[in-house]
Design a protein around this ligand. Structure first.
Ligand code: SAM
Length: 454
């Protein structure tokens, strides 16, 4: 069992009472609550169990199942997310009761907990730009975004500096869920305890200030910045908020919370802060603050498209792919480099074209497939898109064991399939494509996403 650094305990004692520290220490030995957030665009029946008090989509589970062995996870029916992090929903719904068409930046987004949540909260008309600077993590983010399947997210992989420089005054909301010293994860991940040093806290705090400064520049006038960490020390939390108030023109916004939730409210000047401690809430350690940008934005970015990477489809191409999406009339389709076809809501196509001028865009909208002759060769992302039609090709409804074979990219009994392309489903939820050619079944599940060890 790893031990806690005396310096850390001293900092904690500055935040909690003596009794609080004792209760906090005891909470480290208690089991961490298990929670999921369901995808309302794919699941009509809410999961059984107790609601996370601050999120209507969040639910506690009685114990931790082997999530990888649940095909529904791979079909994007739910996301496994720590309950305190779901507090973003309270902030969002109170700030934006009618989101309309928003431009949202989730600046530190992998693996995608906040991104998938924001994509639901903001609705299909809004665009969530989900950025992750570390490329390998950005690929995981992209996978989770595709499985979630809403089609209103663009995944990018850039240093935050790029947003500050090239997208000034651009976003209505920027979420900085910052890389931090992770004290709030000491219960779930005891290894974090060994990595903790005062110097690491200091390094994290300076990095957070750099990220916050870039985030601030990317925010439009009156825009909202949500800053969160999963750590307790004031240096990375309140002191950074204080630094924001001293460096930028900002003001607080009012957020209501229920005293029964157990979170600890505070303030830095007029900026409200919210702290989550595992001995007081059913969740892990978390910190959040919300700031509104005031004052004029100098030299707001007006993006110009010099060379569109996405080009419109012809009418006959549209007619080939339209039947594959129920409400295809709500979408605009475009081809990337003339080949790979993507679908977008609410003219996000123009926005993504413009963003591609200044950012590395890894994925956006929903990748539909490629047109070969007069047919669509469907892409995996289309199978797990929330609005994929179940009527274009036959459905192959698999039981749990067969669905797991499919997800491991193993052979599936061709007798269960109709000749040609089939949409594989588990309990009515699409999981991917499979093609029967006579006595063979060609499993089209993406190789890099196949599940191992189950
Ligand atoms: N928001 C994510 C979610 O809800 O699933 C969790 C984000 S995690 C707390 C912080 C992320 O910041 C990590 O994915 C990490 O790779 C990324 N990161 C690391 N260094 C960074 C930097 N200098 N600028 C921006 N992001 C960074």
């Amino acid at each position: 069992m790893s031990t806690l650094s005396p310096e850390f305990l001293q900092i904690l004692a500055g935040t909690l009472s003596e009794e609080g520290v004792g209760q906090w220490l005891a909470s480290l030995d208690a089991p961490a609550p298990v929670s999921i957030r369901f995808n309302p665009y794919k699941v009509t029946q809410k999961p059984e169990g107790e609601n996370v008090p601050w999120s209507r989509y969040g639910f506690y589970l009685p114990d931790r199942p082997v999530f990888t062995a649940d095909p529904r996870l791979h079909g994007g029916a739910y996301y496994v997310q720590e309950a305190s992090s779901m507090f973003l929903e309270q902030l969002f719904t109170q700030l934006f009761p009618e989101p309309g068409r928003m431009k949202i930046l989730d600046l530190c987004a992998a693996p995608g907990g906040k991104t998938t949540h924001l994509s639901v909260l903001a609705g299909l008309e809004s665009l969530v730009v989900a950025n992750e600077v570390i490329r390998t993590r950005a690929n995981i983010l992209s996978e989770n975004v595709q499985k979630w399947g809403l089609g209103n997210v663009a995944v990018t992989s850039n240093d935050p500096e790029r947003f500050g420089k090239h997208l000034r005054g651009f976003f209505d909301l920027v979420v900085v869920d910052a890389p931090c010293s992770g004290e709030g994860m000491f219960r779930k991940s005891p290894d974090c305890r060994n990595e903790w040093t005062p110097n690491h806290v200091h390094l994290c705090a300076s990095r957070q200030q750099r990220i916050l400064a870039d985030a601030w520049d990317a925010l439009k006038e009156d825009g909202i910045l949500v800053y969160s960490t999963c750590t307790y020390n004031p240096q990375e939390n309140e002191e950074n908020v204080r630094w924001m108030t001293e460096t930028f023109d900002c003001e607080g916004v009012s957020i209501e919370t229920d005293p029964g939730w157990g979170l600890v409210r505070g303030a830095v000047q007029d900026i409200q802060t919210f702290r989550f401690f595992p001995h007081l809430v059913r969740g892990e350690g978390f910190f959040a603050a919300v700031l509104r940008k005031v004052g004029k934005v100098k030299k707001e970015t007006r993006l110009k498209v010099r060379k569109a990477v996405l080009t419109d489809l012809s009418k006959s191409q549209f007619e080939i792919l339209a039947p594959w999406i129920n409400q295809s009339g709500l979408m605009h389709f475009a081809a990337l480099n003339g080949q790979r076809i993507f679908g977008y809501y609410a003219r996000h196509r123009e926005l993504v074209n413009a963003l591609a001028e200044v950012l590395t865009v890894l994925y956006s909208g929903v990748e539909v497939g490629q047109i070969m002759g007069k047919k669509l060769k469907p892409e995996h992302a289309l199978a797990v898109f929330h609005d994929v039609s179940h009527r274009v090709v036959p459905l192959a409804s698999l039981d749990r064991e067969e669905a797991l074979r499919f997800l491991r990219k193993e052979e599936v009994d061709p007798q269960r399939l109709t000749e040609g392309i089939n949409l594989v489903t588990f309990q009515g939820l699409p999981l991917g494509w499979i093609k029967r050619i006579g006595h063979r079944a060609n499993n089209l599940y993406p190789k890099d996403w196949r599940i191992l060890h189950v």
